[in-house]
Ligand binder design. Sequence first.
Ligand code: SF4
Ligand code: SF4
Length: 205
Amino acid sequence: MMTSKDLLRFLRQAKEARRKALQRWNRQVVNGYRISCRPGCDWCCYQIVAAGLWEGALLANYLIQTKQNKLLEAVMRQGEEQAELYTELSHTEAADVWFVKQEPCAFLQDHRCAVYALRPTACAAHCVVSPAADCAPPTGKMVAGLDSEEPTVTSLLIDADLLRLMFGEDQAVAQPQPLGRVVALGAQLLLKGPGAIASFEVAHP
Ligand code: SF4
Ligand code: SF4
């Protein structure tokens, strides 16, 4: 049975494994391109971000430790709104509906990510080579991004490991869910112990 201490140790190791995967990816893939992404450029932060349970727990731990309760609540509220969309729509439809709303990610503050160092892999590995203006709605233009297989797979494997440790083999293939939702689940795990959630709903995107 996983304890809270085990979970925190797991998250520290996971963060390091993801850091190394991003570092390799930057060296092997990103460095060869002229990247359009710049600090303060934030149209991509108006999309639904999908993340794994480990990423939600990592962020929840940071918000709890730094006593950012209001931000934690705002992120969880946004996650519930997004999860609601997924109950009625496909991933693509939900993503379109959310983007049209033009509601920024709850972590976006003054055009910067408030959790930049801990941001989900989907954000950290979102690297665009088409003009930045094409990311803005409603251009309808295709946005060209770089292949992000290495960090994405690393993150999925970390999540599978966590779910296996918590629930056993049959839960080990859960898929990413809206960021706020996994932050809420992560907060439950940290505040009430890993036994707080009996299973991980695979209600995805
Ligand atoms: S993905 Fe697009 S909007 Fe986001 S930082 Fe890169 S260029 Fe800017
Ligand atoms: S977590 Fe940060 S980088 Fe990702 S969408 Fe939210 S504000 Fe943007």
